[in-house]
Design a protein around this ligand. Structure first.
Ligand code: 6PG
Length: 477
């Protein structure tokens, strides 16, 4: 017998993905650099389906039916290149290498190009949903040649999560790096969602005076409404958890320095290159970074802050409702920014990404899965060429309804000295887009003054320069 698919790299994500294929009836070849892992997988989970154990790269490749589908689940970066270099010489034209790691899309583009010369289809595949998702159904974002999707797609559709309407959470995102690009932005949005939830928590605690357990209850209620999402759900779990050794809320015994593996940072770096304002996502990355500067924070502890005035009980409940509005409105903004970045990447690299399809496959399986994605899907269904999520009537109306509370929450945060960079950046983005006139006109004047960089006029075509050092007459540039 031969395997329809092979997985090399059997750390927890690879192992669970291999098991997912096997549980869905596929024969799966499994391989790992250290063979003990392969052995352990088959010993422990062999009963779940058909596995073929391969000790060497040659055995692994020989076990696969043609065209071969070879999934690599190793660390992004050099380890991925090393595995590609090991296997590519053993493959034949038409075979597929599928990289399911969190690769940078530029690496994926480079690898796709190099392998294309050998006739090998390289599929950069974003996978979201953590360990559980990999096993029970992740959201899958494959890029690469369309031909590869014809052969691979049905298998991915089988192992993927399904949205509530039954649709598989996988689509062919686009050529070369498109899949990993979309996964990257997914993670940027994930960072923003987490930051906004964190700010809501901090406000409920420091301004409204609620305990972590009470805040968990508030999140549970929010989770029954429009904020219904995996991240809100697990937030309630984390907040209600009590540390066994101290009896304190778990959240109070964890060091408050957030780590990151890089995908959020990439989202911001690429957005800067593409000229897309992803301020909410950027603030989320910066907030993690600030939290990690222990020495700087220690040295700043004595800096002056406002006299904080906690709210009374009734005010607190009303404030919590406002925070829900602020969180929801800010969430609309971070998705607006994320989808803008995907649209810009698609344009830059000629990927022709279907934004509606992206919102659709994020409805299940992934970390940012949420009822909210159904609404984004509906917005793109209503209008595929929507210039921005904020141009959707429903979202615009919801923000209009939320904005007074949103502003009040940011004001309260500022007054009480609670940092809410996510809420505030989202609001500034919203007001920036809305503004009739921006001080960018003044920026242009300054640039022209010190560097003769020229400006355009509201009333005439062309580029102009004012002779600032002379008689201040205007010249056509
Ligand atoms: C997912 C997650 C996953 C990973 C994050 C964690 O979609 O399943 O995003 O890819 O858990 O990359 O990222 P940080 O370590 O950077 O927070």
């Amino acid at each position: 017998t031969s395997a329809q698919i092979g997985v090399t790299g059997l750390a927890v994500m690879g192992r669970n993905l291999a098991r997912n294929f096997a549980r869905n009836g596929y024969t799966v070849a499994v391989h790992n650099r250290t063979a003990s892992r392969t052995k352990a997988l088959v010993e422990e989970f062999g009963g779940e389906g058909d596995f073929i154990k391969a000790e060497t790269a040659e055995e692994f490749v020989a076990a696969l039916e043609r065209p071969r589908r070879l999934v690599i689940m190793v660390k992004a970066g050099e380890p991925t290149d090393a595995v590609i270099q090991e296997f590519a010489p053993l493959l034949e034209p038409g075979d597929m290498i599928i990289d399911g790691g969190n690769a940078h899309f530029a690496d994926t583009r480079r690898r796709e190009r190099a392998l294309r010369e050998q006739g090998i289809h390289f599929v950069g595949m974003g996978v979201s949903g953590g360990e559980e998702g990999a096993l029970h159904g992740p959201s899958i974002m494959p890029g690469g040649p369309t031909a590869s999707y014809d052969s691979l797609g049905p298998m991915l559709e089988k192992i993927s999560a399904k949205a509530k309407d039954g649709a598989p959470c996988v689509t062919h995102v686009g050529p070369d790096g498109a899949g990993h690009f979309v996964k990257m932005v997914h993670n940027g949005i994930e960072y923003a969602d987490m930051q906004l939830i964190g700010e809501a928590y901090q406000l409920l605690r420091d301004v409204a005076g609620y305990s972590p357990a009470e805040i968990a209850e508030i999140f549970r209620i929010w989770n029954q409404g429009r904020l219904d999402s995996y991240l809100i759900e697990i937030t309630a779990e984390v907040l209600s958890h009590v540390d066994a050794s101290t009896g304190k809320p778990f959240v109070d015994v964890v060091v408050d320095q957030a780590e990151q593996k890089g995908t959020g940072r990439w989202t911001v770096q690429i957005a800067l290159d593409l000229g897309v304002p992803v301020s909410g996502i950027a603030e989320a990355v910066f907030a993690r970074s600030l939290s990690g500067h222990a020495g700087l924070r220690e040295a700043s502890r004595e800096l002056a802050g406002p006299q904080a005035v906690p709210l009374g009980k009734e005010e607190a409940a009303a404030f919590a409702d406002r925070v829900e509005q602020a969180l929801y409105a800010s969430k609309i903004v971070s998705y607006t920014q994320g989808f803008h970045e995907i649209a810009a990447g698609s344009e830059e690299y000629g990927w022709d990404i279907d934004l509606g399809a992206v919102s659709s496959i994020w409805r299940g399986g992934c970390i940012i899965r949420a009822a909210f994605l159904d609404r984004i899907r509906a917005a793109y269904d209503a209008r595929a060429d929507l210039p921005s999520l904020l141009s959707d009537e429903t979202f615009a109306r919801e923000i209009a309804d939320a904005q007074d509370d949103w502003r009040e929450v940011v004001i309260a945060a500022v007054r009480q000295g609670v940092p809410t960079p996510g809420f505030a950046a989202a609001l500034a983005y919203y007001d920036g887009l809305r503004a009739e006139r921006l001080p960018a006109a003044l920026t242009q004047g300054q640039r022209d003054f010190f560097g003769a960089h020229t400006y355009r006029r509201v009333d005439r075509e062309g580029a102009f320069h004012t002779l600032w050092g002379g008689d201040r007459s205007e010249a056509s540039a």
